[in-house]
Structure formats: structure tokens, C-alpha cells
Ligand binder design. Sequence first.
Ligand SMILES: CC(C)(COP(=O)(O)OP(=O)(O)OC[C@H]1O[C@@H](n2cnc3c(N)ncnc32)[C@H](O)[C@@H]1OP(=O)(O)O)[C@@H](O)C(=O)NCCC(=O)NCCS
Length: 166
Amino acid sequence: MSDDNLTPRPVRDSQSEMTEIVLPNDANPLVALLGGRLMHWIDLAGAMAAHRHSRSYVVTASVDHIDFLVPVRVGDLVILRSSVNRVFHTSMEVGVKVWVENYIADTAQHVASAYLTFVSTDGQGHHLKVAPVIPETEEQQRRYEDAGRRREIRRAELDRRRKAKK
Ligand SMILES: CC(C)(COP(=O)(O)OP(=O)(O)OC[C@H]1O[C@@H](n2cnc3c(N)ncnc32)[C@H](O)[C@@H]1OP(=O)(O)O)[C@@H](O)C(=O)NCCC(=O)NCCS
């Protein structure tokens, strides 16, 4: 990896947006979006920001819990916005916020939020160091601080599970 890749970059450089229209094949028998389909889109939207920030391949290491707040119907537009909250060493936390837009009623509602951890890789099994991310706004700064706290919780939980296996 070149040194250029490790130059700190602002959050805004890798913020991403993905829009999907919900089709019948995305829905359950109640004509509402399948949770699994939304999780797939969340993973993709998160990976977009992670790829753009790290300028490398990434793999999903973990997804924090997801609450589905409102049902999404066939025909709705789903908008997923992702940004890198914080970089650690070879991993980074990406936040994805999902909105549903009803273009007939001109309304938008918050559907779900998720935090994903991606690890940068060269595709041959080696993890790569990721450039630091620079939070510029108050909200980005808050997300940066919160991501640090969430990492401690994740690490404690991983340690607990590893010890329980021994
Ligand atoms: C995730 C993965 C890369 C971790 O590899 P590893 O060699 O066990 O990890 P390490 O202990 O060396 O940690 C590497 C980084 O990942 C982070 N990490 C590892 N497991 C994690 C988890 N469950 N949640 C969050 N972060 C995790 C570590 O904190 C570390 O971050 P840092 O370098 O920023 O400090 C590896 O388990 C993997 O390849 N999993 C499969 C990923 C995949 O295929 N995802 C798609 C879904 S199938």
C-alpha cells in the first residue's frame, strides 16, 4: 500500500448513498420488505463507504444489532446513507441509516440504523492498515466518540465468548 493511502481523509469523502425501489421479489406474503433483503442492502451500502475510505477490498467482520422500526411496502423507495464513523487499525466502523420514502405522499421515515465493522484486506488474507478518518461536523464528532465506546463493548464481548469456548 502506498503512503498516499494512509493520508487522513474527511468523513465526507466516502459518504455514500444507495437507493432501491422495493419490488415484489423483495417482499414477504404481507407485501412488506423482507428483513433479510434490507440487511443485504445495509451490508452493501456500508461496504461502499468502507471501500471508498480505505481504497481497498474489505470484508464484513460484524454487524451490531438492527431494529426494524417501520414496515416498508412494495413500491416504496428505500434510501441507505453510509459513512465511516471511526477507523481503528485495520478495521473501521461504518454507520448506515435507512429511510423509506413514499413519493406519492411525499413522506420519509427512519426505518433502521446499523453499525458494521469492516476489515481492510489485500484479498490474499493480509489485513491492511486504514487511513484515519477526520470528523468535521459536530454530528461526525459525536459518532466518532460513540464508535470508540462501541468498540470497547464489542471487544469485551469477543473476549468473553473466546474465554467461554476454552
Ligand atoms: C473478520 C476477520 C477478518 C477477522 O480476522 P482475525 O484474523 O480473526 O482478526 P484479528 O484479531 O487480527 O483482527 C483484525 C481486526 O478486525 C477486528 N475484528 C475482528 N473480529 C471482529 C468482530 N467480530 N467485530 C468487530 N471487529 C472485529 C479487530 O478488532 C481488528 O481490528 P483493528 O486492526 O482495527 O484493531 C476474519 O474473521 C474473517 O475474515 N471473517 C470472515 C469475513 C467475511 O467473510 N465476511 C462476510 C460474511 S460471510
